[in-house]
Design a protein around this ligand. Structure first.
Ligand code: PRP
Length: 214
């Protein structure tokens, strides 16, 4: 039996996904070992391989077929823009992509002023400002702690993920505009979906029923 390879985004989402998989009868004991430095795990019985990768690489592995299936946030899917099939919303890691900043930046957004926008998601930011709002902005790519940018004067606003809103609140910033809702999705390689249709659709079906069972 050919292996089905599943790429999981390292971190909390991988843990939650593994719990869902376990609920649907798919386990990988090897992966539970917290000390392990191994990157790839096998369940011989079920013909499954799992690997953990950096979140932003999951769509790449799936597009190239190095993984047949991936589980990753829709923020990463939008930002990476890879040719992959999005087949299921797991409803995990729900949050929003927002434009945020100090309340004083609201006026700049309304007046369509040329402002700087800092983000870990330059593609999403560009698409929102250029294609949806038709506002010319300068986008500055950052790699984390994006909330710092308006505080230290790097940008007027940010485009970032808001989950509880506490990072914004604690830094005197607020949501100024909402771009879209986000959550974890299951993605599939296009060729794998044709070649391994039955096994992949069964796996998706099992995941779906695990979600419904809560
Ligand atoms: C994410 C995001 C926000 C924060 C939002 O950052 O970029 O900073 O979480 O969560 P909250 O609304 O519940 O406060 P992450 O923790 O991934 O770190 P990073 O900013 O360094 O990437």
């Amino acid at each position: 039996m050919k292996y089905i390879t599943i790429a999981l985004a390292k971190g909390r989402l991988a843990k939650q996904t593994l719990a869902l998989l376990e609920q649907s009868g798919i386990t990988c004991e090897e992966m539970k070992d917290k000390e392990t430095r191994k990157l790839i795990f096998v369940n011989e019985e079920l013909g499954l391989k799992f690997f953990l990768s950096k979140t932003s690489d999951v769509p790449t592995y799936v597009e190239y077929g190095a993984a047949d299936i991936g589980v990753v946030g829709s923020d990463t899917i939008l930002e990476e823009g890879r040719k992959i099939l999005e087949v299921l919303d797991l409803g995990l890691g729900k949050c929003r992509m927002c434009v945020a900043g100090p309340v004083s930046a609201k006026e700049l957004l309304m007046k369509n002023e040329i402002i700087r926008v800092a983000s870990k998601y330059p593609k999403i930011a560009k698409d929102y400002f250029y294609n949806k709002k038709h506002q010319t902005v300068e986008i500055v790519k950052l790699n984390g702690s994006v909330e710092l940018a308006p505080i230290v004067g790097l940008s007027e606003v940010i485009v970032d993920i808001v989950e509880t809103g506490s990072t914004l609140r604690e830094n005197g910033l607020e949501v100024l505009e909402e771009i879209c809702d986000l959550s974890a999705r299951v993605v599939v390689n296009e060729a794998s979906m044709k070649m391994q249709r039955e096994r992949i659709t069964n796996l998706i079906r099992d995941l779906k029923s695990a979600i419904h069972q809560g």
